[in-house]
Design a protein around this ligand. Structure first.
Ligand code: SF4
Length: 495
């Protein structure tokens, strides 16, 4: 278990805290076994095309808080990717019962060349005051960037002084892009700030309250929990600063994706005494049942959970069987973030499909709670089957374009915008579902199954696109081993 230290200004990056890696190619089972044997090793790439930035992931945990504001302290370009969260907030608000989604409050100090020589401290202090005056938020987050990190602005000191002056939490979040090759370190940075400055010591315990650390998914948990006499407290999207403050009063914390919530779940447990469910999120039948049983045990609702599972099985199993018949033997390739990507690999096998491989953006040997039963990839290989051609890569689209050209699956599952493009260019039906709750539970298997069928059956657009698309990669690259630039090559089956 990693020790969470909320007295420190910044959270340690995942490479150091969890031993996470971004370079591997082999099979999923080998990867899991390497972790268990304690011999997981990062393979570096001698050529790297692109990777994400931690500021964006930190912002993902902060921008959707209803009554907070976020200031990116850096050049305006570093805030360029933050607008997508404003869009997400608006379109998904309705699914989370937010009637009138307020405009997002995203700002940049826009530091320039001169500031990088003379310092951007005054600009930041002025920006905090101005944001407070203009939008009256209940908390302000200051997210750092490479430029502010390199010039060494005292973001912590300025934020603390501003907090004294304006009387609301002003939270410095250290997430410069260069801090970590694993951009999900940005989630941890955002949650570190939330846990340090927003979550308060509990006044009283609320035995029916369940924290759910998630992205922005639909209110699936709320419906389930009503049947179990529980209430859902989503963290942090669409929550208010006050709601986050009292999350320490919850009976338990669960996560939609362990990659996302690992740090905050552990912080809530270690610093505020809220136990965290270790089991991986409820995708696929076996995992759904394990997850609900652990929830029942912690909240003392074992009987209610058994009844719930019985009802769900009776309702959905016949339809799951019918879908399995239709999807039996269809092939799929998955490209996604770690834990959610594992869940997709489980879901497609639950439906009788065959994974041909996966490009997963990083790998955490274990999450912050340190429990082996939280290893989402282990569940997939144990509950279903091994996944061949399993690659860990921080995007590296040149590898994906090469692999897809060889395997040509019946469908590509992607979790990040921009990745489906590669499937479509090759005429492969491609599916991106932004709602991370969509495939959860028994009903989720059914919903996913229908969506997969629709996608595979409606392939006319991608088939046409393939005829006209120009592939920027030439045969020179497409005929080489996709892992040519990975240290010691790869240990994968020939395609
Ligand atoms: S990597 Fe650095 S320079 Fe690039 S967007 Fe992120 S913080 Fe800005």
């Amino acid at each position: 278990m990693s020790d969470i230290n909320l007295k420190a200004a910044a959270s340690p990056v995942r490479e150091r805290r969890l031993g996470s890696i971004t370079g591997y190619a082999g099979t999923a089972r080998d990867l899991v076994q390497n972790v268990r044997k304690g011999c997981l090793k990062e393979k570096s790439r001698s050529f790297s095309q692109c990777l994400g930035c931690s500021t964006s992931n930190a912002a993902c945990t902060l921008i959707l808080i209803q009554d907070a504001a976020v200031i990116s302290h850096g050049p305006v370009g570093c805030a360029g990717c933050l607008h997508e969260f404003a869009f997400t907030y608006r379109v998904n608000g309705i699914h989370r019962n937010v009637d009138k989604p307020a405009q997002r409050r995203i700002f940049s100090t826009g530091i320039n060349e001169k500031d990088t020589i003379y310092g951007g401290a005054q600009k930041l202090a002025n920006a905090i005051r101005e944001v407070h005056r203009r939008v009256k938020p209940n908390a302000i987050f200051v997210i750092t960037t490479c430029a502010s990190g390199i010039i060494g602005d005292d973001v912590q000191g300025i934020s603390d002084e501003a907090e004294e002056e304006i009387g609301i939490p002003v939270v410095a979040v250290f997430c410069e892009g260069f801090r970590s090759k694993i951009w999900t370190s940005g989630f941890d940075a955002g949650y570190h700030g939330v846990a340090r400055k927003l979550i308060k010591k509990p006044q009283k315990k609320q035995e029916d309250l369940v924290n759910i650390i998630n992205f922005w998914g639909t209110d699936v948990f709320g419906e389930w929990f009503k049947r179990l006499g529980l209430r859902a407290n989503y963290l942090t999207p669409y929550a208010t600063v006050a709601q986050i403050g009292s999350s320490s009063e919850a009976a338990v914390t669960v996560q939609a994706c362990a990659t996302l919530g690992s740090y905050l779940g552990a912080a809530l447990e270690q610093e505020f005494g809220v136990p965290e469910i270790r089991e991986s999120a409820p995708y696929g039948i076996a995992q759904t049942e394990r997850w609900f049983r652990e929830l029942g045990q912690i909240t003392h609702r074992e009987e209610a959970v058994e009844l719930f599972l019985r009802e769900e099985r009776e309702k959905w199993l016949p339809e799951i069987e019918a879908l399995r018949e239709k999807l039996k033997g269809k092939t799929a390739y998955v490209t996604a973030g770690a834990s959610h990507g594992h869940s997709l690999l489980g879901l497609l096998q639950e439906l009788g499909m065959k994974p041909q491989g996966a490009a997963i953006f990083h790998h955490d040997p274990l999450y912050d709670h340190g429990a082996e039963n939280g290893d989402t990839l282990q569940h997939v290989v144990n509950d279903y089957d091994d996944v061949p051609n399993y690659c860990v890569c921080n995007k590296q689209e040149f590898e994906l374009a090469n692999v897809l050209n060889r395997v040509r699956p019946d469908i590509l599952f992607a979790r990040h915008g921009g990745m489906t493009l590669w499937g479509a260019k090759y005429g492969i039906p491609s599916l991106l579902i932004g709602d991370e709750h969509f495939g959860m539970g028994y009903e989720g298997i059914v919903k996913y199954g229908h969506r997969i069928l629709e996608t595979i059956e409606n392939d006319e657009f991608v088939k046409n696109l393939e005829k006209h698309a120009i592939n920027p990669y030439t045969d020179w690259w497409l005929k080489q081993d996709p892992y040519t630039y990975l240290e010691n090559g790869a240990n994968v089956k020939p395609y």
